[in-house]
Design a protein around this ligand. Structure first.
Ligand code: FES
Ligand code: FES
Length: 859
């Protein structure tokens, strides 16, 4: 049975068995501007189209209801209108990863069609209630829509210099949904893979019966761990994460995969995956990280021998004596929650086999954050040499750290390799929530003291982080929490110990801030409590303790001139702080720092290539993941400035064919490392006369950091660069709502100030959610309970207060152009500033996040 309707003015007929209109558009008609962020739940808005002129989420629209209607997607919008939206979003910096934007544009079009120039931003913000954007904080989205409604015309251009506020690279294509994400890519003959996940977080697998799945319509093959030709386990640091759990093995968390079902269509694969039957011997899960550390606790994770994943510790001076001699002391336990990245694009991998020079080869298209790690692990799983696999990076629809580990890359690769056919595996939202790593919940116990003038004397910290089942980068997150546990303050004595613990809860790993958020929520809380004891305000307390160049920072590092940015931020926010207090508002301040780069003794080397093609195009090749943060734009602006050429001549290419050695796009290192290596490549090109078709290679090397707590270095330089920020949260005393956030950020050098501002606005949005409403709990079974986007507690557009960003530029020594990185520091000060403002509002100290949970598992 087919269903007929008008699509962009043309009659079409589609199969009637699609689960919703979005599937018919994307899977049968190859209309890819509507994106699939959560189908069929209708909670992200990415799939919005017009049906008879009305904006609807197409994953909630049945085909029966579409019969005879007129459907409009961005592909069918007139050229002038498309250009108006593309130009406005480009010029206003209204997008980052871009995944949410086509749906938002269609919603905006429907409103502008109705109200024209009378459309008010506040009304538009309400209409965006059906949409989520995880990147931007909505500020610049609303500006762009307002500009289109008012008929403002823009001619966006790429910036020509480092420091210029030009458009984001590919912004126009992203706004219109014309730039492919992995799931938008089409390769003839592609099969679709779906995963069968475990029903229990800790159970021995007694049997896996694939017969019913294999016999289901359209199914081509069903694979289990028994079909893996090479290594079973993968992982960025520890190889402890099984690609699938074999019979006789044990599951360790709710995202464990038991079978991969491959079928002609995605729908068939997903339906058949549900038919796999598994026999379990269920064991009690280990869900309490503190109990998991105790002697005699069951081992949580199959194949490991200890629930303690890592210990990070360091100490200087006699903390006990300093606390005893302090005029004021605080002892408090803080608890932060697990939260979900909620990037809008669920993970998708396309694997395409071929034969090159007589040898089998596998091309894998991935939106991951570390293609070389992925390549090496896929080759190990397939038992082939690294040369047999190329992983091509496809700019993704948001990541925030959540795409560092492999999710479905090995499964798609395995199926494609064994079947010798292209295979795509795209996770559903529920699978995405179950599989990828989250932000660590950490219990942080703080003891701190200060003298009568409020000068810090001592700090002791004990932290326990629930790292979930597999290692991911959990030990590094707890190491970073330890390193940042004192905030940007000078401390004469300190004693810190943090432990990452394995449990059967959801895996925790990298997430924007990487442990610094949790630790500084606690430290800033301590600062505010001590300030009250001393009888000074929060600003003054910070001013008296902020780290200065040449002073010893908490972990012992003697800070360089870059750290002057912390005090500059503090001074810059003072007038806003005073004005808000004078206006009778409830106010709270947060001051934070976050490292850029890996540090801790890691040798970081990154290369880039500049190549002049004979057709006049200048290629800039690097290996970083563009996930909305703008690393392509950084590379382009550096090359345009250093080579003195028109940026329109430059093509930025993510090159995974040359061994450029860049590692994971993590730790706010992309901008800094890419800028350094591209600049170096440009210098080489200039020295070489910019000859055509020559690879001019540049590199940026950071090899002077030392390990946290390194006994050979009493004052280890654990990080080469830090970003600093102060945020002021202002709460209206009548409504109790956050009405404004002022964010002053020292970024060293803003490569593109508009994009930099957008990053910070998006961070503040994320930080407010972290502070107030976001949560990803798991229950006594170890399974997560908030399994929809709506239940995560992410703030919608109408809930976002005014955000005022002020950029400060205190250059980072030894960093290209003085860049410090901006991606992660953005939300470090937000939660403590909210906590302090709430204290000012109602007199209550907060110790746990989220502070105003709106959602529960029952919602
Ligand atoms: S994909 Fe339809 S609302 Fe998310
Ligand atoms: S730009 Fe909105 S989700 Fe990335």
């Amino acid at each position: 049975m087919s269903v007929e309707f008008q699509l962009n003015g043309n009659p079409v007929a589609v199969r009637g068995d699609h689960p919703h209109l979005l599937a018919a558009l994307r899977d049968e008609l190859d209309i890819t501007s509507p994106k699939d962020g959560c189908s069929p739940s209708g909670q992200c808005g990415c799939c919005t189209v017009l049906v008879d002129g009305k904006a609807i989420v197409s994953c909630q629209q049945s085909l029966a209801k579409t019969e005879g209607k007129a459907v409009t997607t961005l592909e069918g919008v007139g050229a002038d209108e498309r250009a108006a939206f593309a130009n406005a979003f480009s010029a206003c910096g209204g997008l980052q990863c871009g995944f949410c934007i086509p749906g938002i544009v269609m919603r905006a079009k429907a409103q502008i069609d109705k109200k024209g120039a009378d459309l008010q931003p506040a009304d538009m913000a309400r209409h965006l209630g059906a949409h989520l954007c995880r990147c931007t904080g909505y500020v610049k989205i609303l500006e762009a829509i307002d500009a289109v409604a008012k008929g403002k015309e823009f001619e966006p251009a790429l910036a020509t210099t480092v420091g210029g506020s030009g458009a984001k690279y590919e912004a126009g294509e992203l706004a219109l949904g014309d730039r492919d994400y992995v799931d938008d890519m089409r390769v003839p003959g592609t099969l679709h893979a779906a995963l069968h996940l475990t029903a229990h977080v800790r159970a021995e697998i007694l049997s896996i019966d694939t017969a019913a799945a294999a016999a289901a319509p359209g199914v081509v093959a069903v694979f289990t761990a028994a079909d893996i030709p090479g290594e079973l386990r993968v992982g960025i640091i520890h190889k402890d994460w099984p690609v699938m759990i074999p019979i006789g093995g044990c599951t360790s968390y709710g995202g464990d995969v038991l079978a991969v079902v491959v079928a002609e269509t995605r729908q068939q694969a997903r339906e058949a995956a549900a038919l796999v039957e598994v026999g379990y011997d269920v064991m009690d899960p280990v869900t309490d990280p503190v109990a998991a550390m105790e002697e005699g606790s069951p081992i949580a994770v199959w194949g490991t021998g200890d629930n303690v994943l890592s210990v990070s510790e360091y100490a200087r001076g006699d903390v006990d004596a300093a606390l005893a001699a302090s005029a004021h002391t605080v002892h408090e336990v803080f608890r932060t929650q697990r939260i979900e990245h909620a990037f809008l694009e669920p993970e998708s991998t396309l694997a395409v086999p071929s034969v090159i020079d007589g040898e089998r080869h596998l091309q894998v298209y991935s939106g991951g954050q570390g293609v070389w790690d992925d390549r090496d692990d896929i080759a190990r799983v397939l038992a082939v040499g690294n040369d047999a696999v190329t992983v091509t990076l496809v700019s993704n629809g948001g990541a925030f750290g959540g795409k560092e580990d492999m999710s479905n890359q090995a499964h798609a690769a395995l199926a494609a390799w064994l079947l010798d056919r292209p295979v795509k595996c795209t996770l559903s939202r529920e699978e995405s929530l179950l599989i990828h790593a989250k932000r660590h919940p950490i219990r942080l116990e703080y003891w701190a003291g200060c003298d009568a003038d409020g000068r810090l004397t001592a700090l002791r910290v004990r932290g326990v982080g629930d790292s979930g089942a597999y290692a991911s980068v959990g030990m590094k997150v707890l190491e970073r929490a330890a390193g940042h546990s004192s905030g940007p303050y000078h401390l004469p004595t300190i004693d810190v110990r943090t432990v990452a613990v394995r449990t059967n809860n959801p895996i925790c790993g990298a997430f924007r801030g990487f442990g610094a958020n949790q630790a500084q929520f606690a430290m800033e809380g301590v600062i505010d409590r001590l300030a009250e004891m001393v009888g000074i305000d929060g600003w003054e307390m910070r001013k008296r303790n902020v780290i200065h160049p040449g002073e010893v920072w908490g972990p012992g590092q003697i800070m360089d001139d870059g750290c002057g940015g912390a005090e500059v931020c503090l001074d810059a926010i003072k007038p806003h702080y005073d004005a808000a207090r004078d206006a009778g508002k409830a106010i709270g301040l947060g001051l934070g720092l976050k490292n850029s780069g890996l540090g801790n003794g890691f040798r970081e080397l990154c290369r880039a290539v500049v190549r002049f093609r004979s057709d006049g195009v200048v290629e800039v090749r690097h290996g970083w993941t563009e996930m909305g943060q703008g690393v392509h734009t950084v590379a382009l602006q550096v090359a345009a400035q250093e080579l003195g050429i028109d940026p329109d001549r430059i093509e930025v290419i993510v090159d995974t064919t040359r061994e450029l050695g860049f590692g994971q796009t993590t730790g706010s290192r992309g901008t800094l490392m890419a800028a350094g290596s591209v600049r170096d490549a440009c210098i080489a090109a200039r020295a070489g006369g910019c000859q055509p078709d020559v690879d001019y290679v540049g590199e940026h090397l950071v090899d002077w950091t030392q390990h946290l707590g390194d006994p050979d270095h009493p004052n280890p330089t654990i990080h080469s660069a830090f970003g600093y920020a102060t945020q002021l949260v202002i709460i209206d005393r009548d409504s109790g709502d956050v009405e404004r956030v002022v964010a002053v950020h020292d970024v060293g050098k803003a490569v593109n100030p508009v994009l930099c501002e957008g990053q910070i606005e998006g961070s503040v949005h994320m930080g407010l959610g972290y502070a107030l409403t976001e949560d990803f709990p798991s229950d006594a079974s170890g399974m997560p309970t908030n399994m929809t986007l709506r239940s995560l507690g992410i703030l919608r557009a109408k809930d976002v207060p005014q955000i005022d960003v002020q950029l400060v530029e205190v250059p980072q020594p030894k960093s290209p152009y003085g860049i410090k990185g901006v991606g992660e520091i953005g939300l470090v000060p937000t939660a403590p500033a909210v906590a302090a403002a709430l204290r000012d509002l109602d007199g209550e100290w907060r110790t746990s996040l989220p502070m105003r949970p709106k959602f529960s598992a029952d919602d």
